[in-house]
Design a protein around this ligand. Structure first.
Ligand SMILES: [Zn+2]
Length: 159
C-alpha cells in the first residue's frame, strides 16, 4: 500500500510564500502599521489592513517551545517517528511552527537557543525548517544590532 503524502493547500494568499521558499527565501508579511506575521493571511491580524508586503527573513530564529512525537497520528508521518514539532520566533518577530531537523528526539534543544533556517525539499515542496545554530552564532548580533527591540515591538500582535 502506498502512503499518500500530506501536501499543503496552495491558495492565492499563500502561493507567494511557497514560491519564495522554492527560490530559497523564507518570507513573512509586513503591514503598513508595522506588524509582521506568519502564516500568510489576507489581512493584517493587528489592524485588519490589506496594505502589506512580503519581507525576506534573515533565517535566524530562536526556539520558543517544542514537543517530540513518539507516535505517528497519521500514516504519512510513521517513518519520521520520533520527530519534534517546534515553535520558533524569527529574528524579525514572526513566529512559525516547524521542525528542528538535527534533533529529531529533542536532545540538545533548549528554550531560547539560536536556530538557523534550512529549506529542504519534502514531497515536492520546499519546506522551511530549522537547525541548531553553531555556538558562536548565538553570541553574534543579527545584522550588527541586537534584535530584542524589534521582537519586543511585535509581541502585542500575538496576544
Ligand atoms: Zn496592520
Amino acid at each position: 500500500m502506498t502512503v499518500q503524502a500530506i501536501r499543503p493547500e496552495i491558495t492565492p494568499v499563500n502561493k507567494p510564500w511557497w514560491d519564495s521558499l522554492s527560490a530559497g527565501v523564507l518570507t513573512f508579511q509586513t503591514c503598513a502599521c508595522g506588524n509582521r506575521w506568519l502564516p500568510p493571511r489576507a489581512l493584517c491580524p493587528a489592524c485588519l489592513g490589506s496594505e502589506w508586503c512580503w519581507t525576506p527573513a534573515s533565517g535566524r530564529a530562536t526556539l520558543v517551545s517544542w514537543t517530540v512525537f513518539h507516535v505517528a497520528y497519521h500514516e504519512a508521518f510513521a517513518h519520521r517517528v520520533p520527530y519534534n514539532v517546534a515553535a520558533v520566533e524569527l529574528a524579525e518577530g514572526p513566529r512559525m511552527i516547524t521542525n528542528v531537523v538535527d534533533s529529531p528526539d529533542g536532545s540538545g534543544l533548549r528554550i531560547g537557543m539560536s536556530l538557523t533556517l534550512t529549506i529542504q525539499q519534502q514531497d515536492g515542496f520546499a519546506i522551511a525548517l530549522f537547525q541548531m545554530a553553531p555556538v558562536d552564532d548565538e553570541l553574534r548580533p543579527v545584522n550588527g544590532q541586537h534584535d530584542s527591540q524589534s521582537i519586543a515591538g511585535d509581541r502585542g500582535a500575538f496576544s
